[in-house]
Structure formats: structure tokens, C-alpha cells
Design a protein around this ligand. Structure first.
Ligand code: HSE
Length: 433
């Protein structure tokens, strides 16, 4: 058997998983490709650390701190980049592709921002760029979207694509835990980073939605196109109201195409309890797709973790080796069929939940309904609840499907009303299907 020489950049959680999987599944993997698979070099940040992986010390001969040992090694045709970060990782990927080496990466930060140019670079240099692990860690969602559903037209993509926020919201919802307590627990368990901003403010999910939406709708969506709102302001009060009304609150990545125009958002969303995504709990991820022909499908699994993420990376490796053998590298078509067309706010239709604290006085509801009528917003339900202050009341409104720009205009007008004390919260509501 010939040998396929592989370079590995990064030996942290994911890199160790890749190393482990290549060892544990060695004979099965090599049977599939008909070659010996050998890691020739591993780029690490420091050589002064013993690296014991899966019970065995990694040979020091494999380790280097010099990127050129991988870039300049003519035997290495495939490189796995799992170092994370943006600037340096992008520079490495670029150099490797320019040198004609296939790159496999889990780096959603780089892909969401530079995916279009890096794919073009791969094609130009007759090598491949694969990134199955960049969304949904161990869920083979990218291959399912691009190949499994190649015969269909994707109409809607909804995802719980961030495990940290799903874990926090599950704890808040099922155990009445406060946001800060649930976040601390997620940090203690290693789901959330010490600086959780990227996860809790929705940026990580937005990057993943850029990747999924671009591939699903064959359109170069950018991060700026994603309306992004995180979970740090989600309150237990709304979680409780959601339950009473038959919903759960999840951080949902939502994108859909209608009349050739795409809308993409990441925001805490009211999801009916019966929706397939509603029962995806804890740190799990899931992606729910609606295709014109297939109808609804859902992919569920771990969104992160050493071995789950490694399964996606090593699958990319298998595909890369097969393409190398077939001599078809660089023909991986990730060019986009459509020009970017983003739906404007005055064409987006959505339902909303709105919670207001108002003075409990004659005529207040009338003022609110007048604004709603003027903006052609129709109520699905209005509930009034008492508050601790006997002079105030809480109004819980759910709208029918309304035009987003009209709704936002109404919110601005409500803020001006003297008798409205606070607009406590506003969430998008998604219907089943
Ligand atoms: N931080 C991510 C999450 C995992 O919480 O899902 C890596 O994408």
C-alpha cells in the first residue's frame, strides 16, 4: 500500500481527537482508501509539553513549532487545520492552498468570513477545501446538505447550532435556573469559554448559519446579512410565559428563501413544543431542513467535543484521499448559482411575542391597539397579568404573521406612549412546519 502523508495543525481538544480516531480506526480507514494514512508532522505551540494522547506519548519527531515543516514538505498533500482562531489560521490555510495542498478545517470563523475566496483558491490551485466539522461538530450536516439533498431545493434551514446556549436555555427552562448560574455551570463543565461572548451573543451560531445558508441556497451569504441577537437578556419570566402558552425558547438560527430572496437570523425564538427542534436539549445540536421535495428532515447530534468533531474531520480526510486517487482535486464545486439577494425588513413576515409593563388605566389598551391597527398588525392573543405593583399590569401579546418593518415601527411608537412603562421583551415566534 502507498502512504498518504498528512499534516496536522493543532493538537488541542479536536487535534487529539483526530489523532486518536486515526489510530483507533486505522485498519478500517485504510481499508476504505487502500492506502496507509500517516501523520507526518504536527504543528504545536510548544515543544516543552509531554503529549500523551489515548494513553500513548506522541513521538517528539512528529512535533514541530515551525509551520514551514508542513508547508514545505512535498510529501504532505493533505493538511488538517484545527488550531482555531482567525488571522493566523486563515494565513496558514491560504498558504497551504496556494501550495496545492488540500485543507480540511473545522474553522467556522475563517469559513464564514473567507469561505468564498478560499474555495476559489482551492479550485485555482487544484486542491480541495473541506469543512464538515465547522457546523454541528459530529453531525454530517454539510455533506447531507450538499450531496444528500443535491436533488432537492432547500426552502428553509433552522438550527440549534450552538451547544453552550442550548445548554444554558435548557437549564433555565427545565430547572428554573437563572441565566448567570446556568452560564457558570456551562463554564465549569467546559461547554462555555471563560469569555462566553461569542457563544451567548449568537456570533458562533451566526457564523454557522452563514455556512449552512450559503450552501443550502447556493448564494454567498455574509455575516453582515445575519440579524444576530444572543441569549444574555432572556429572562426566566419569558421562559415561564412561553411554557404556559405552549412554547419553548431556543436560540434558533433561521434562514429561508422566498421569491429568490433570503432572510437569515439568529435569535432567541418561541418554538411550539411540538416542533422537532423543541425537544433538542442540553448541549446537543440539531439542524432541521425543509426541502421542496423531501419535506422536513432533521439531523441531530453532538455539536462539539473531541471525538465527535474528529469523526467529521476524518470523514473529510477519507473523501480527500479518494479525490486524490481519482485525480479530481480542485473540481469541488462550491461556486454559487445565485447572486446574493437578501430580503428587506418590509418583505419579511413573522409572528411575535411581546411583553409590556403598562399602567393599569382606562384607555391604555386602546392606545396600543390603535398603533397596531395603524401598522396593520393583527393580534393572535392578548393576555393581561397582574404585577407586584397594583397600579401596573403586564400585557402578553402574540401577533399573527406580520410585516417585520411594521412591527418594528410599532415598537418605536409604543416606546413613546406615557402609560407604557417598559417594553420588557420581544421574541420571534415560529410556527410548526
Ligand atoms: N462553542 C460552540 C458551542 C462549539 O457551544 O456549540 C464549537 O462550535
Amino acid at each position: 500500500m502507498d502512504t498518504i502523508h498528512v499534516g496536522l495543525i493543532g493538537l488541542g481538544t479536536v487535534g487529539s481527537g483526530v489523532y486518536t480516531l486515526l489510530r483507533r480506526h486505522k485498519s478500517e480507514l485504510e481499508f476504505q482508501v487502500g492506502h496507509t494514512i500517516q501523520i507526518d508532522k504536527i504543528l504545536v505551540s510548544s515543544l516543552n509539553k509531554a503529549r500523551v494522547i489515548d494513553g500513548e506519548e506522541v513521538s517528539s519527531k512528529l512535533l514541530t513549532t515551525n509551520f514551514d515543516d508542513i508547508l514545505g514538505n512535498a510529501l504532505i498533500q493533505i493538511v488538517i487545520e484545527v488550531m482555531g482562531g482567525e488571522t493566523l489560521a486563515k494565513e496558514y490555510i491560504e498558504k497551504l492552498l496556494q501550495a496545492g495542498k488540500t485543507v480540511i478545517t473545522a474553522n467556522k470563523d475563517v469559513l464564514a468570513k473567507y469561505g468564498v475566496e478560499l474555495n476559489a483558491l482551492a479550485v485555482k490551485n487544484q486542491c480541495d477545501l473541506f469543512y464538515e466539522a465547522s457546523v454541528g461538530g459530529g453531525i454530517p450536516i454539510i455533506r447531507s446538505l450538499v450531496e444528500g439533498l443535491a436533488s432537492d431545493k432547500i426552502m428553509r434551514i433552522m438550527g440549534i447550532v450552538n451547544g453552550t446556549t442550548n445548554y444554558i436555555l435548557t437549564k433555565m427552562s427545565n430547572e428554573d435556573m437563572d441565566y448567570s448560574v446556568a452560564l457558570k455551570l456551562a463554564q465549569d463543565l467546559g461547554f462555555a469559554e471563560p469569555d462566553p461572548t461569542g457563544d451567548v451573543e449568537g456570533l458562533d451560531a451566526a457564523r454557522k448559519m452563514v455556512i449552512l445558508s450559503s450552501l443550502g441556497f447556493s448564494m454567498p451569504i455574509t455575516l453582515e446579512d445575519v440579524y444576530t441577537h444572543g441569549i444574555s437578556q432572556v429572562s426566566i419570566v419569558d421562559i415561564q410565559f412561553a411554557k404556559t402558552l405552549g412554547y419553548v425558547i431556543k436560540l434558533i438560527g433561521f434562514s429561508q428563501i422566498l421569491d429568490g430572496e433570503v432572510e437569515v437570523s439568529v435569535q432567541p425564538t418561541f418554538l411550539p413544543k411540538e416542533h422537532p427542534l423543541a425537544s433538542v436539549n442540553n448541549e446537543n445540536n440539531a439542524v432541521y431542513l425543509c426541502g421542496e421535495a423531501v419535506g422536513q428532515t432533521m439531523f441531530f447530534g453532538p455539536g462539539a467535543g473531541s471525538l465527535p468533531t474528529a469523526t467529521s474531520i476524518v470523514s473529510d480526510l477519507i473523501t480527500s484521499i479518494k479525490r486524490l486517487q481519482l485525480g479530481i482535486r480542485g473540481s469541488h464545486l462550491v461556486s454559487f448559482k445565485h447572486e446574493r439577494r437578501i430580503k428587506s425588513e418590509n418583505k419579511i413576515m413573522a409572528k411575535f411575542y411581546l411583553r409590556l409593563t403598562v399602567e393599569d388605566k382606562v384607555g391604555v389598551l386602546n392606545q396600543i391597539t390603535s398603533i397596531f391597527a395603524k401598522e396593520e398588525l393583527s393580534f393572535e392573543s392578548v393576555v393581561q397579568k397582574p404585577t407586584k405593583n397594583p397600579d401596573d399590569a403586564q400585557l402578553i401579546i402574540i401577533t399573527h404573521e406580520v410585516v417585520l418593518s411594521n412591527y418594528l415601527r410599532a415598537l418605536r411608537q409604543l416606546k413613546q406612549l406615557d402609560h407604557i412603562k417598559h417594553i420588557d421583551s420581544s421574541y420571534r415566534v415560529v410556527s410548526n412546519g
